[in-house]
Ligand binder design. Structure first.
Ligand code: FAD
Ligand code: DLZ
Ligand code: SF4
Length: 509
């Protein structure tokens, strides 16, 4: 019998992967390939590349231990064609294989490359998610608006997670109202579990250092988990030490603490080292055992069972053009300070510095600092999307693009967000300690020292009045703006324009 190839991509390092389930150990050859086509299609953070390649190498070794034949291409191999399709064709020829079993990739770019490859590729559904495409589409069909909250409730009912019969545990579906506390400095906060690099990781770190010397981001120290055992230990550590406070401080930001009570598991989960339903069940067990309160566990489960599944549904439903949508016609070039250039805005400087060091920032930093600034300043959403896709270790297009283009930039015209996520400096000041050390004054609304978020916020609302003034969720904002004295409004708009002019001129903001 002619053998088949089984493709395993860098974010598919799961033993339960559908392509592996369907394949025959005795007959088929697993193909894994480190290729520049994947490692350089955006300028990924060095930590992201290292994480991906180390996880691939360890997974290949595990498959071999489990009895699979694996053809593994290393980045530096002389015969490496440097693309996924190229490697499939090369291995097919050497093996005499005439077809490929694959699991649907997390990016349209690769789905299309596999669909057009000059070899038969069967792309199986990716079953490592809680909702299938068909389930999401059945939920979405015929609805006027696709709000996450209703999809999430359906997922709660389907899985039975945090359910008491037909009712939600604790009497409410959503405890977000309780989850808005600013954090205070706490020397005893544990932070994520960190791992010393082993031999495999060290070899990859040397490779990445050599091959990607100019990519934005610090490679070392490198402490991510790179196999399923380590990732599970990191999850246990989170469940024990941070989950109980996850809800209360979910939106908080602190200069001196980059992780707070966040799980820092998204790189592991998105690569396939952890399973989403298993994570949710383990979190639920903490609630049932009385070790974590409902607002924390519900909030955490909602991120995975709700948001993560929902954005995936949107990505595949909306199609390949989604990442390039630009409903607000924003055309500004991404400012240099997103790549570490100088800025006097302390919140942005901190979010970017932490991104450079860790390839990680938590949700509110991504949404309300770097995302908020880009939206207020009218940055081109496709450029911003490429930035988010490059700089975070958890970034794959299916999850990154809906969050950036949809949730953060409103560039999909409101499919994901019912109103733009914009805020003045006041929100950042309430939720963080960034403003204390800032060159700008968050309480100042006009004049040279005024916080740029304050000025740009009104500038944005004024610029997009036609689109947003009829939105009931924004009516209060427009009422406040309209009640301001005319000369004050003029001063605010002048200040906002001055900031935009400085950005355009490449001057420090
Ligand atoms: P926690 O806060 O501890 O949450 C637990 C888990 O919930 C996360 O690991 C993640 O799997 C899931 N989750 C939480 N929020 C979301 C969300 N909005 N969408 C999907 N899953 C969510 N997440 C990614 O995994 N990859 C991305 O490329 C990505 N890009 C983003 C870009 C922007 C502009 C924004 C606003 C958010 C983005 N997110 C992305 C969502 C979120 O910021 C990260 O999932 C989260 O910060 C990961 O850190 P954590 O594991 O500590 O999460
Ligand atoms: C992110 C990434 C990187 C940096 N390198 C590789 C690689 O060399 N080989 C590979 O198979 N996958 C890699 N990946 C992950 C892919 O880019 C990912 O599978 C697609 O973007 C689809 O989500
Ligand atoms: Fe950011 Fe404005 Fe606060 Fe400075 S004052 S840290 S720019 S929100």
């Amino acid at each position: 019998m002619v053998s088949r190839l089984v493709l395993v991509l860098g974010d598919q390092v799961s033993p339960g992967l559908s392509a592996l389930q369907e394949a025959d150990k005795a007959r088929d050859l697993v193909v894994m390939a480190e290729v520049m086509g994947e490692a350089a299609y955006v300028r990924h953070h060095p930590k992201k590349i290292a994480f991906c390649l180390a996880a691939m190498r360890k997974f290949a070794a595990r498959l071999e231990r489990d009895g699979w034949r694996v053809a593994y291409t290393r980045l530096d191999d002389a015969e490496n064609s440097q693309s996924i399709v190229g490697e499939l064709l090369r291995r097919a020829e050497a093996e005499g294989a005439d077809s490929v079993l694959a699991t649907e990739p997390g990016e349209w770019r690769l789905i299309e490359a596999l669909s057009h490859a000059p070899i038969k590729v069967r792309q199986l559904p990716d079953t490592r998610f809680i909702a299938s495409h068909a389930e999401f589409d059945a939920w979405a069909e015929g609805r006027k608006s696709l709000r996450m909250e209703y999809f999430y409730r359906e997922m709660r009912r389907k899985t039975g997670l945090l359910m008491e019969g037909d009712d939600p545990a604790g009497g409410k579906w959503n405890f977000d109202h309780d989850n808005r506390k600013p954090a205070s400095d706490d020397l005893f906060r544990e932070g994520p579990l960190k791992f010393d690099p082993d031999e495999t990781v060290n070899a990859v770190l040397d490779l990445v250092e050599r091959r990607f010397p100019d990519n934005f981001g610090r490679l070392r120290p490198f402490w991510f988990a790179t196999d399923a055992d380590q990732a599970n230990t990191a999850l246990d550590h989170f469940l024990e030490h941070a989950l109980p406070c996850f809800g209360d401080y979910q939106d908080a930001m602190l200069e001196g603490d980059r992780f707070l009570y966040h799980a820092v598991i998204s790189p592991y989960l998105n690569a396939g080292l952890l399973d989403p339903l298993d994570i949710c069940r383990r979190a639920e067990a903490e609630y049932r055992a009385g070790r974590a309160p409902i607002n924390a566990v519900e909030g955490f489960i909602r991120q995975i069972l709700g948001w993560r599944e929902y954005v995936r549904g949107i990505y595949y439903r909306e199609g390949p053009d989604y990442p390039r949508r630009n409903a607000l016609n924003h055309q500004r070039k991404l400012p240099d300070f997103y790549w570490g250039g100088e800025t006097r805005m302390n919140c942005v400087a901190h979010a970017v510095a932490q991104t450079r060091d860790e390839a990680y920032a938590h949700h509110i930093q991504r949404l309300m600092v770097t995302g908020n600034f880009a939206l207020l300043a009218g940055v081109n959403p496709t450029e911003l999307h490429e930035w988010y896709l490059a700089v975070y270790a958890d970034a794959y297009e299916w999850v990154e693009a809906p969050n950036t283009v949809g949730m953060s930039q409103f560039a999909d015209g409101g499919i994901i967000a019912s109103k733009p996520y914009i805020s003045s400096g006041n929100y950042i000041s309430k939720m963080s300690d960034y403003c204390r050390g800032c060159a700008y004054k968050v309480t100042q609304k006009t004049g040279a020292g005024a916080c740029p978020f304050n000025l740009l916020y009104w500038g944005f609302l004024d610029r997009h009045r036609d689109r947003f003034q009829g939105n009931p969720r924004m009516a209060q904002m427009y009422r406040t703006w309209d009640r301001m004295a005319a000369d004050r409004r003029a001063a605010v708009l002048d200040g906002a324009q001055a900031i935009l002019d400085r950005l355009s001129a490449g001057e420090t903001v």
